[in-house]
Design a protein around this ligand. Structure first.
Ligand code: ATP
Length: 426
């Protein structure tokens, strides 16, 4: 893997610009034990840079440093051509500052030139030494680069939603599979992704990185992308590509469906439902602690199972900041109506808007079992929790942290109950 020593270059940059020491935040690895993906992010001068992923800590750190360098270049208002000349990335002697005044050699090998939509000024250049496929974040200008197909081997389409398709794709360098979501570029999708990429929690799908291309990937130009609502008319325009943690394709919605087709006497259902709800509440509590609300987080279709078998909150729909009135207005009615909290149709709502759909979901997870369940007292206790979550008035609903504590107590009660039952039958 030809990457160059980005860590050293970032240190050099920090020294020259007197930004202080570069620090690295290590995030929790994801994936099963034999196939871990490590993530680090560089912190410089109090600013956190995009995640770098790798098969080991060292590789993740190099990629984190590279992402930071690329972001710094963007901040330095470098032209697109300069970025793609790869000078910063490839030459250890060139500092980002000096790039600003550098004459770009337009005779540099153009490994690829994209005909469509390309003005002559947007010729992509790539020095033959440049890790061409590893260029990140270019959000202010349209990117004429097939980064997706250069860096990844697209595999199957995992599914499509209102705004785009999600592909399973193998990173050619890391030899790891990721999910890459491709949506038409919009200010709001960018905002969502920026927010999500700052989050790191075992119960939230990890958003690693994102970039723009000026066309949407389509394996055959007639297949999934076109049939997906919202992408139907044309694949032209700007598209946002979001590299995410790959999950199982089974969503919680499918899980509920499967459980419902089984016998209502499925004794594990209650325990599993509690465990799933605990994990989701933990994720929601974390999101709330980051001052975000996630109106779609607790809809079963947006909850997936990670390859590490942890429950993952996936698509948040549109994340809103508690204090963002403008965003709140624009994102009104974005939730799935049947799960929406009553106040969501009004202007005034806060993070309690997430507790209501959680209550509904918890109920839905349990429901079949509850119809045939004999222990009415225990059932009643659970219903009390759900009832509090479904309160009409947001202020009467519990905070996610209170809820988590309640569920923890409930899990203990349940395991004691199980033990007593086991002892009684032995
Ligand atoms: N990280 C992932 N790993 C595996 N599969 C995924 C991942 N993200 C999404 N999917 C699959 O792709 C489907 C489409 O996801 P997407 O986020 O585009 O839409 P959605 O959330 O289902 O719908 P909408 O955007 O309309 O709310 C999901 O239903 C899921 O099956």
């Amino acid at each position: 893997m030809e990457t160059g020593n980005y860590v050293a270059r970032l240190n050099e940059y920090a020294q020259k610009t007197r930004c202080g020491l570069v620090q690295y935040e290590e995030l929790d690895p994801v994936g099963p034990d034999h196939d871990r993906i490590f993530t680090q992010r560089a912190v410089l001068n109090g600013k956190v840079y995009p995640d770098g992923v790798g098969r080991n800590k060292k590789e993740a750190k190099q990629n984190a440093a590279k992402n930071a360098l690329e972001r710094l270049m963007k901040n330095l208002s470098l032209t697109h051509e300069t970025l793609h000349s790869g000078l910063l990335l490839c030459s250890p002697r060139v500092s980002p500052e000096s790039l600003q005044s550098m004459e770009i050699d337009k005779t540099t090998i153009g490994r690829r030139r994209k005909a469509s939509n390309s003005s002559k000024d947007q010729v992509l250049m790539c020095n033959s030494n440049v890790p061409f496929y590893r260029l990140n974040f270019c959000l202010n200008s349209s990117v004429n680069l097939d980064r997706f197909t250069s860096e990844y081997n697209p595999m199957e389409c995992l599914g499509s939603g209102t705004f785009g398709c999600v592909y399973k794709a193998r990173d050619k360098v890391l030899k790891r599979d990721f999910a890459v979501k491709i949506v038409r570029w919009e200010e709001k999708s960018l905002r969502e992704v920026k927010t999500l990429s700052d989050l790191s929690h075992p119960n939230i799908i990890r958003y690693y990185t994102f970039w723009m291309e000026d066309s949407g990937y389509s394996p055959s130009h007639t297949s999934e992308m076109r049939s997906s609502e919202g992408l139907g008319e044309s694949l032209k325009g700007s598209y946002l590509y979001i590299q995410m943690e790959l999950c199982d394709t089974e969503t919680l919605k499918k899980w509920i469906k499967q459980k419902n087709t089984r016998s209502p006497q499925d004794s594990n259902r209650q325990e599993e439902s509690l465990n799933i709800t605990q994990q989701i509440v933990t994720g929601v509590e974390y999101i709330h602690s980051m001052n975000e609300a996630c109106k779609k987080a607790s809809f079963p279709a947006n909850i997936l199972f990670g390859l590490d078998r942890k429950v993952k909150i996936g698509d948040f729909g549109l994340v809103t900041r508690d204090d963002d009135d403008d965003l709140r207005e624009r994102t009104l009615f974005t939730g799935t109506p049947s799960y929406m909290a009553p106040e969501q149709i009004k202007r005034n709502y806060d993070r309690k808007v997430d507790i209501f759909p959680l209550g509904l979901m918890y109920f839905e997870l349990l429901w079949k079992l509850s119809t045939g369940h004999k222990n009415l007292l225990l059932l009643f206790l659970q219903e009390q929790i759900i009832k509090s979550m479904l309160c009409e008035q947001p202020e009467d609903r519990p905070e996610a942290s209170t809820l988590r504590a309640e569920l923890e107590k409930w899990a203990q009660t349940m395991s004691t109950q199980k033990m007593l039952q086991a002892n009684a039958t032995n």
